[in-house]
Design a protein around this ligand. Structure first.
Ligand code: AMP
Length: 218
């Protein structure tokens, strides 16, 4: 399965991508995670990306494209979470996949009203070690302020603060949302209601992909 997850920041794409990876073995590629990892390791890519990420702006296309294609080289199945983020990235991705005769199977567009998105983002806590994602109200860690998987102290992402959240939502509306029409025109788009708990949304995701729960991986 080759899948793209679209939707504003904080809507739960990462949570769903991780679940699909766990259940079906499709590799989830989250460009935001890769960039944060590069920043934490002070790599040249991390240094170039840092200022953009901190401002809630998109990192320049050529940096992100290169980073994604390096990962895609060796994969037949993948879930892209947070990529493409604008029309130019979508076109370059199309060309890359066309050349490899590996077309996308589907694009899921997650939808939720802005108020709930801001609530989700401001209550989000992440594990800086293993990447697990929690929410202080909707999905708290059973280990309090520590990750229930690896015990690391949870953090609020630097760009999950109110000013940056607003900027990221504007960037989404202006640059990423047009991709909904782009993929709709290519008959790849499925809309997914992202309200409710992660399990409810996951069932909608399976339905959108025409997968029966408990069916074997494709
Ligand atoms: P995310 O974790 O997906 O919310 O991404 C966090 C930040 O990483 C974004 O606000 C951007 O600064 C940067 N980023 C992630 N994916 C992309 C992308 N496809 N293109 C440009 N910048 C990106």
């Amino acid at each position: 399965m080759r899948l793209v997850l679209l939707g504003p920041p904080g809507i739960g794409k990462g949570t769903q991508a991780r679940r699909l990876q766990q259940e079906y073995g499709w590799t989830a590629i989250a460009t935001g995670d890769l960039l944060r990892e590069a920043m934490a390791n002070n790599t040249p890519l991390g240094e170039q990306a840092r200022a953009y990420v901190q401002r809630g702006e998109l990192v320049p296309d050529e940096l992100v494209n290169r980073m994604v294609f390096e990962r895609l080289q060796s994969l037949e199945s993948f879930i892209l979470d947070g990529y493409p983020r604008n029309l130019s990235q979508a076109q370059v991705l199309d060309a890359f996949l066309r050349e490899r005769h590996q077309p996308l199977h589907a694009v899921l567009a997650f939808e939720l009203d802005d108020e709930q998105i801001v609530q989700r983002l401001s209550g989000r806590r992440v594990c800086p070690q293993c990447g697990a994602i929690y929410h202080i109200v909707a999905n708290p860690s059973r280990a309090g302020n520590r990750c229930e998987r690896c015990g690391t102290t949870l953090i609020t992402r630097e760009d999950d603060h109110p000013d940056t959240i607003r900027r990221r939502l504007t960037v989404y509306r202006e640059q990423t949302e047009p991709l909904i029409t782009y993929y709709e025109q290519r008959s790849l788009l499925q809309r997914v209601d992202a309200s409710g708990d992660p399990e409810t949304v996951y069932q909608r995701v399976l339905h959108a992909l025409s997968i029966q729960p408990d069916s074997p991986p494709r």
